[in-house]
Write a new protein. Structure first.
Length: 80
């Protein structure tokens, strides 16, 4: 089964080997036909602390690494 890849903005880099990534998704409401924006925060594993707050990164699903971490950073995402 392919692993999901999401793109979001780093909102916290305070923990060692962990960044918190805020992923925004946009969809049309099924009844109201209005564009809705929802965001969710994911804890992602990163070996080196190379990512700072405000950077756009891509994260990929992985095997659980801790209680909260089920994602890993795979690189810098494209702006836009």
């Amino acid at each position: 089964m392919p692993k999901r890849i999401l793109q979001g903005t780093v909102v916290s880099d305070k923990n060692p080997k962990t960044v918190v990534v805020d992923v925004m998704r946009v969809f049309t409401h099924p009844v109201l036909k209005k564009t809705v924006r929802r965001s969710k925060k994911y804890h992602a594993h990163v070996e080196e602390g190379a990512y700072k707050v405000g950077e756009v990164v891509q994260i990929r699903e992985c095997a659980p690494k801790s209680k909260l971490k089920r994602w890993e950073v795979i690189g810098v995402g494209a702006k836009g």
